[in-house]
Design a protein around this ligand. Structure first.
Ligand SMILES: Nc1nc2c(ncn2[C@@H]2O[C@H](COP(=O)(O)OP(=O)(O)OP(=O)(O)O)[C@@H](O)[C@H]2O)c(=O)[nH]1
Ligand SMILES: [Mg+2]
Length: 461
């Protein structure tokens, strides 16, 4: 069979087309009816296609499938070093924990304390990516880390980018660090932590004038102060982020992660994207970016499955590589924050009943992606759409005309994965909606309480 694959000619491909069903991807139109989308040029990156074609010439069908899957895993091999710097106590370790979706009490959590805490430079890997390292640096300007030796001690030049953290007041040390990073010609992002605390303090000290003001309005003053102190030009002002590591769904936390994402080169961007938690930030924007990236992997998985479909490998279904589809589906589930562990953590973070989240997700997908679920889905897809075989395959073949792929395996894998991803996207949107509604309710109650307190407050004598 492998020889047949290697020696394939166009007529042979055609015979494969004629004798098989084909499938395309499910999309809902405005009326909610299902349409079947064909693969488009946007599904294919020309560099990938060229490399993959070469791999096929060299490695035959078996090597080709391996390389396709390796392409999807390349982001795991890219190192990314993020320096988190600033004075002691500004929240460097807390930010790192939040970015890794864990707390100081977790085994791998960075130590956090109300007294000076981090005493050496230490890296913390992201739980989902061992090469994505957050470097927790000790506070600058302490007796142990005076300015004179600070840069050398933290290995200042080795990082991809720098997050310069501060809280409450902008200091000389912040200004000095910003200037030093500037000299390196590297990009830094100015992050003001504990914004929730700033808002609370301002509302408490100015109870009347802050009623009716949004948190953003209250924080405008802080933003302006940073711009003035750093002498930032208009274009640079987008590099200021006001966050609270204990409330990642509020303030600029999501904007910060999104900006870092945009600033990175391709593969590093992919590695960073797969480390972000859309549920922690309750961000549909990050969710959308993840779904797009995951959708972009599908054609390679489908081709790999299509090639494998031609080989007599024991344990693989006659139609497509079910093990691969299950593994890929579980990856989506974890990436979109829908696995059990993520749901538990989302429920805790946003103070929502975990059972409600589980039940909501269960309306779209099972708790664990199983063989039965994938079979059920693919059976549905296979019976519904046989009619569009030829068009999709002819569209597919010009891109990879010299490759032999079992069309049934290719299209069934593609459709099944797209359907799995679609269902998960819906479930993830629903989970975010529940958490956002809960946060709104809570905010309303707090405002009502504030107003009530203000009304009942007796004037000071
Ligand atoms: N409310 C709130 N508290 C924070 C935030 N970030 C840090 N804290 C608190 O501030 C204190 C110091 O936080 P750390 O994360 O240990 O600060 P650090 O910069 O790592 O401090 P060193 O290790 O001493 O340099 C702790 O009590 C944290 O709980 C935040 O964003 N919001
Ligand atoms: Mg620390």
């Amino acid at each position: 069979m492998r020889n047949a694959a290697n020696q394939c000619t166009f007529p042979y491909c055609l015979s494969l087309i004629v004798i098989t069903f084909a499938f395309s991807s499910p999309r809902k139109n405005m009326a909610g009816e299902t349409n079947w989308e064909k693969p488009t040029a946007a599904d294919f990156c020309s560099n990938d296609t060229k490399e993959i074609e070469e791999a096929y010439q060299l490695g035959g069908a078996a090597g080709f499938a391996r390389i396709l899957q390796e392409h999807n895993e390349r982001w795991k091999t890219v190192p990314l070093n993020i320096a988190v710097i600033g004075q002691s106590g500004v929240g460097k370790s807390s930010y790192i924990n939040c970015s890794r979706n864990i707390t100081a009490e977790d085994e791998e959590g960075a130590q956090v304390d109300i007294v000076e805490c981090t005493e050496e430079v230490r890296s913390y890997a992201h739980p989902d990516n061992a090469l994505l390292l957050y470097w927790d640096c000790p506070g600058v300007g302490t007796p142990k880390f005076p300015r004179g030796t600070y840069l050398e001690k933290i290995g200042f030049k080795r990082y991809d980018f720098y997050l310069l953290l501060s809280s409450s007041r902008f200091t000389d040390d912040d200004q000095w660090l910003a200037a030093e990073i500037g000299k390196l010609g590297k990009r830094f992002f100015y992050v003001r932590t504990q914004s929730g605390v700033d808002v609370f303090k301002q509302r408490t000290s100015h109870p009347r004038s802050t009623v009716g003001q949004s948190d953003d309005e209250i924080l405008q003053k802080v933003r302006k102060d940073i711009v003035t102190k750093l002498e930032l030009k208009d274009a640079e002002q987008d590099n200021i982020f006001l966050i609270d590591s204990y409330q990642p769904a509020k303030f600029d936390f999501c904007k910060l992660q999104d900006t870092l994402l945009t600033a990175l080169p391709d593969l590093k961007r992919e590695a960073f994207l797969y480390s972000l938690s859309p549920m922690g930030m309750l961000s549909k924007k990050i969710l959308q970016k993840k779904v797009d990236a995951l959708r972009g992997r599908i054609w390679k998985m489908a081709l790999a499955s299509g090639v494998v479909g031609l080989l007599p490998i024991p344990g693989i279904s006659t139609a497509f590589d079910i093990g691969m589809v299950i593994a890929e589906g579980r990856f989506y589930q974890q990436q979109l924050g829908l696995d059990q562990q993520s749901l538990t953590s989302t429920a805790q973070t946003h103070k929502v009943d975990v059972t409600l989240l589980e039940e909501t997700v269960a309306l779209s997908i099972p708790g664990v992606i199983t063989k039965d679920f994938v079979f059920f889905l693919s059976k549905e897809l296979a019976t519904e759409t046989a009619g569009q075989a030829m068009e999709e395959l002819l569209k597919f073949i010009p891109f990879l005309g010299s490759l032999v792929v079992a069309p049934l395996s290719y299209v069934l894998t593609r459709r099944t994965l797209l359907a799995v991803l679609d269902k998960m996207e819906t479930a993830a949107h629903n989970v975010i909606d529940i958490c956002v509604n809960k946060a709104h309710q809570q905010a309303l109650e707090e405002t009502r309480e504030d107003c009530e307190n203000l009304r009942n407050k007796k004037p000071a004598i």
